[in-house]
Write a protein that binds this ligand. Sequence first.
Ligand SMILES: Nc1nc2c(ncn2[C@@H]2O[C@H](COP(=O)(O)OP(=O)(O)OP(=O)(O)O)[C@@H](O)[C@H]2O)c(=O)[nH]1
Ligand SMILES: [Mg+2]
Length: 360
Amino acid sequence: MQIGIVGLPYSGKSTLFQTITKTLLDPNELTKSEALQAVIKVPDERLDKLTEMFNPKKNVNATIEVVDVVGLQKGDSGSTQFTGNFLAKVKTNDALVQVVRLFSNDAVPHPDGSINMMRDINSFETEFIISDMALIEKRLENIKKQIMKTNDEKLKREVPLLEKCLELLQNETPLREHEFTRDEMLILKTYQLLSIKPMLVALNFDETQINNAEKHLDELVKKKLGYNTKTLCFFGKIEMEMAELSENDAKVFMADYGITESALDGLIRASYDLLGLQSFFTVGEDECRAWTIKKGMTAQEAAGEIHSDFFKKFIRAEVVSYDDYVELGSFVKAKEAGKWRLEGKDYVVKDGDIISVRHS
Ligand SMILES: Nc1nc2c(ncn2[C@@H]2O[C@H](COP(=O)(O)OP(=O)(O)OP(=O)(O)O)[C@@H](O)[C@H]2O)c(=O)[nH]1
Ligand SMILES: [Mg+2]
């Protein structure tokens, strides 16, 4: 899974990137126009507990790839425009985190001269919508030409879908807010549209704003929160200051400020929620590992995440829930208590299942 961090200039994108990847970058590196990319480990207390119980040679967390997407420029009209580099990076992301600036800092003035949450969110959204409209209009034009020539039935079916998208966009509705069918999504995926990507709006506050965070969040939820959109508050500068502290000291430091969740934990919680993700585990003396899958995936599909051969050669999955395992302490005890199950290929995996795949 790849998440792109986007937002207006000086909103705190690189600050968020450094906070969640626990890196401190040279300021020169930050001003380069290329995107920064890193893989972050998804912290998971359940995996930590299983590791403690199995004492394996290694443990492997689930991972998420994050990209700090640089490349917004002020257009001639004063509006914000996406550069080619930005579009190229963003179109492959599974979800976007839009950083919105709520901190004041006279040393780095806001590009529009003042702090205004809704204005910033809307101006960004407008760019997404304009970009998608241009792409769809062009595609429609091409498709119609091709249909005249070839009378292709498959292409004919795309026309009403694209026209529906265009209508939504003309009404200023980002495509992510519309519930498309699975088939429609499959077609739309190939276009690499922007406004269709699930969006996490991340509000970046400073220390003077901690008590205001809830208020802004409420306003945002009332005005904006549609389907496929989630919100997050974080405190970029404060977290950067704690970058060199131990995890425990950092927690105490944050608690003093009244901050209950780190940007990393919040981002992961919100993205799992946004993308409908969950975890399952594989355990053993060699390795304990957390895997990320979409909610609703079957045992066979989950097995395929471990190894494509496991999908093809799937026979059964041995399943114990994390809670049962930790309570009972071993597979033998779980079996005795009737909590160890053999499930077939259509079993829908639950969050926290410990799975062992039987395959041919
Ligand atoms: N006071 C304060 N300053 C912040 C905060 N977050 C970021 N900054 C500062 O704002 C400036 C811009 O932050 P960046 O994280 O580089 O912002 P960016 O969105 O990556 O900026 P560009 O990549 O240039 O578009 C830096 O000087 C940060 O130190 C904050 O919460 N409070
Ligand atoms: Mg940056």
